[in-house]
Write a protein that binds this ligand. Sequence first.
Ligand code: SF4
Ligand code: SF4
Length: 197
Amino acid sequence: MALEQTIKYEAERDRDFARWVMDQSGGDNLRHCIQCGICSATCPLSLYMDYTPRRLINLAREGFKQEVLSSFTIWLCASCYACRVECPKKIQVTDIMYALKRRAIQDGVYPRRFPIPVLAREFGRMIFLFGRVSETLLVIDLFLRTSWFKFLSMTGLGMDLLRTGRMSFLPERIQRRAELRQVLDALDAEEKKEASR
Ligand code: SF4
Ligand code: SF4
């Protein structure tokens, strides 16, 4: 999935975004990245990424916001921490990936109809509404938002699972959901405030 090399210009940089990246947990030492590429060589998924971890780190710290937030890379990262273990400069690549995922969802900038960001967003939405995730509803929602074809092709399996009691349409809920929402709203507001600094 590697992209062709393109020339980037100074004017395309978003310095606020670069500062935001540096402010994230694990972002403070991004400047120390020596672009050795060990993270990319170690990453089991870099083959499928549009930007390798090394390139993504460089784009992020230089403020190429659009490229970073709309990349497939951050969603393909499996949080295996192999890059973190091998990095000679102890750059926390995985934590940066998490921060970028959160920002991409918050800004609504991610590859459309790509299942992983949709799954992450809907997972968060269910937690907000019910305090728990109902796997059946989550999977149905995911398929409907990303691929009708897959939804139809999985219908038979879904019916079997429903018939044998392995799946249920009833949403699971916790008590005192309003309190949970208050906490999540406060965290969300804090995150937005951080992003706008
Ligand atoms: S391994 Fe560490 S220092 Fe090397 S390119 Fe990756 S993040 Fe940068
Ligand atoms: S944590 Fe993510 S970027 Fe790092 S090696 Fe694993 S999959 Fe690749």
